[in-house]
Design a protein around this ligand. Structure first.
Ligand code: B12
Ligand code: SF4
Length: 496
């Protein structure tokens, strides 16, 4: 969503912008470069979470081979969490943007258009860059956007929305929405408060409903997925929002994510009436000690209660768990599995704990020696080393996963996934849902490609956008932050 917001704001400021979703297109590094070159851009930006860093750097290296003078900027959660650290081992990009990127990019491009060279980045809040001498400079942070209603709604013409579907949603395609930015909680494994701020900033109800209506009327969208960190963080906002949606008469289906301690019977009832179809609860663990260590601030009975009530009002649930965070043992995992099977959630996903930079967990894990410092600079992309699941999610469990002596997180992940998805109840629920929603069959096939590795069947047909050939991020063919204004591009596609 970040790049969509940026591209929309750029367009509003009279700047041409395009979005390429390499993930949805299933592009290899080479195909991505071909696609970018064919658009002949003046600036290329990559949005990266930590697992995508290497493919962004590989793509940048290949791009620089053909167009050494093409400025490349990195942004996204990884940059907001590591700031200038990424500059110390890679030079195939010119600058980076941390924090919210909309206004920063408008300023950067306006300066570039004025023909400024190196100075074009000087003093712009939220930018990290190398100056003429190669010294990495971190400009002061840009304050969070105080009133997010000042941002235009995402221009969904930038992508082909019909390609975006979510297996758990009925209907044809789904559009992502954001009703707030920020998260006030302190979960040790999560980077959201660092990347989006600790203070929650909300859209007005009027604006939130208007955005839905716009997509509903103009693009025929009926399914929406709220990507807020914690959708129900402000109960009164959700109540007002649901009432406004019901009053509008729109027949929509939406999903959101929240915490088990932030729902209640009345709220769920209202959410269902307003079209809430599935809720993703970050359960994380079924053991109180682990929940405490994670600073999750929830009780086990709240986990059961939230799932029971949500089911009672006909809303599906999707519970996510984290396996192998500091302090995890076989005993705590047995408690987690008991909860996962006991809450009768419609779907569950078991993630291995990865110490993402910017999180408390990262600091502690490094201190305790259960993860290597700056592991993200050592990610490997050898497809042979990764399961289809890891490839699909661009996720390198080998480098960032916490390694607790005597605890086998991968074995537990497989065991929990098998135990959950092999239950007759899951098979039955899914069968009923598929009969009601035949399109779901296709997504079931996708889901099974992710689950197959857990049954030790090698997945041969998975397309991956990770290309072993291009591990050249440390050997950039061009000097970074070259003289943009006086560039003499060769633009030779044969160089790819
Ligand atoms: C929605 C979401 C997803 C979605 C969609 C992701 C997407 N590409 O849009 C899905 C479900 C696919 C997803 C998957 C994953 N996610 Co996620 N996700 C989020 C979530 C909840 C919201 C992101 C969002 O849209 N924010 C709203 C926009 C406006 O903010 P933004 O993306 O940060 O963008 C702004 C700035 O970062 C910046 N910016 C962003 N991109 C760019 C690019 C340029 C060029 C510039 C200049 C600026 C810029 O400007 C933007 C506008 O202000 C965040 C948590 C959170 N609340 O932020 C986690 C989060 C980003 N995800 C995270 C993770 C770890 C993952 C996974 C790796 C999880 C996993 N184990 O598999 C996968 C990776 C997927 C992959 N293919 O690699 C972490 C990232 C941590 C890190 N250091 O990288 C976060 C922070 C949550 C966490 N657990 O801490 N995720
Ligand atoms: S896990 Fe959820 S509640 Fe906890 S800090 Fe992250 S976004 Fe907030």
């Amino acid at each position: 969503m970040g790049v969509l917001y940026i591209a929309t704001v750029l367009q509003k400021n009279g700047i041409d912008a395009m979005v390429l979703d390499a993930d949805i297109e299933g592009l290899t590094v080479k195909e991505m470069v071909e696609s970018i070159l064919s658009a002949n851009p003046d600036l290329v930006g990559f949005s990266i979470m930590t697992p995508q860093l290497m493919s962004a750097l590989d793509t940048s290296a290949l791009l620089k081979k053909s167009r050494p003078y093409l400025p490349i900027v990195l942004g996204g959660a990884h940059i907001s969490s590591t700031l200038d650290d990424t500059f110390s081992f890679a030079d195939c990009f010119d600058f980076a943007v941390y924090g919210e990127g909309e206004m920063t990019m408008v300023e950067v491009i306006k300066r570039m258009k004025q023909g400024k060279t190196h100075e074009y980045l000087n003093g712009i809040q939220g930018v990290i860059y190398r100056d003429k001498d190669g010294t990495v400079r971190t400009n002061p942070p840009r304050p969070w956007i105080a009133d997010i209603d000042t941002l235009p709604p995402i221009n969904y013409k930038l992508i082909d929305i019909t390609r975006y579907r979510i297996p758990t949603m009925t209907g044809r395609y789904v559009v992502a929405m954001l009703s707030s930015r920020g998260c006030p909680f302190k979960c040790t494994f999560c980077d959201a408060p660092t990347t989006t701020g600790k203070k929650v900033r909300f859209h007005s109800i009027k604006r939130a409903v208007k955005d839905i209506k716009h997509n509903y009327d103009n693009f025929g969208v009926r399914n929406f997925t709220f990507r807020d960190s914690t959708f129900t963080v402000k109960r009164s906002w959700v109540v007002e929002f649901c009432e406004a949606v019901i009053k509008s008469g729109m027949k929509i289906s939406w999903r959101c994510g929240t915490r088990v301690n932030l729902v209640d019977e009345e709220l769920l009832k209202l959410m269902k009436r307003a079209g809430c179809h599935i809720i993703n609860f970050g359960v994380e663990s079924g053991h109180p000690q682990i929940l405490n260590k994670m600073k999750k601030e929830v009780e086990i009975d709240q986990i059961y209660r939230a799932h029971e009530l949500t089911r009672k009002y006909g809303i599906r649930t999707y519970a996510t768990f984290v396996i192998g965070s500091p302090g995890e043992t076989d005993e705590t995992m047995r408690a987690t599995l008991k909860v996962a099977l006991g809450i009768r959630t419609s779907l569950a996903m078991f993630f291995i704990a990865v110490a993402y930079p910017g999180t408390d967990m990262y600091e502690k894990a490094v201190e305790e020696g259960v993860v290597e410092p700056r592991w993200w600079a050592k990610q490997t992309w050898d497809p042979k080393l990764h399961s289809a699941f890891q490839k699909r999610w661009g996720w390198t469990a080998d480098a960032g996963a916490i390694k607790i002596p005597g605890f086998d997180a991968e074995a537990w992940q497989k065991c929990a996934t098998r135990a959950f998805y092999m239950r007759p109840r899951f098979v039955w629920d899914t069968l009923i849902f598929t009969l009601k929603n035949p399109y779901f069959l296709k997504h079931l096939i996708n889901l099974s490609t992710e689950l197959l590795p857990f049954y030790k069947i090698p997945l041969l047909f998975q397309k991956t956008n990770i290309n072993k050939e291009y591990h050249s991020h440390s050997k950039c063919p061009s000097a970074p932050t070259v003289d943009y204004y006086n560039r003499k591009d060769v633009d030779s596609k044969q160089k790819i």
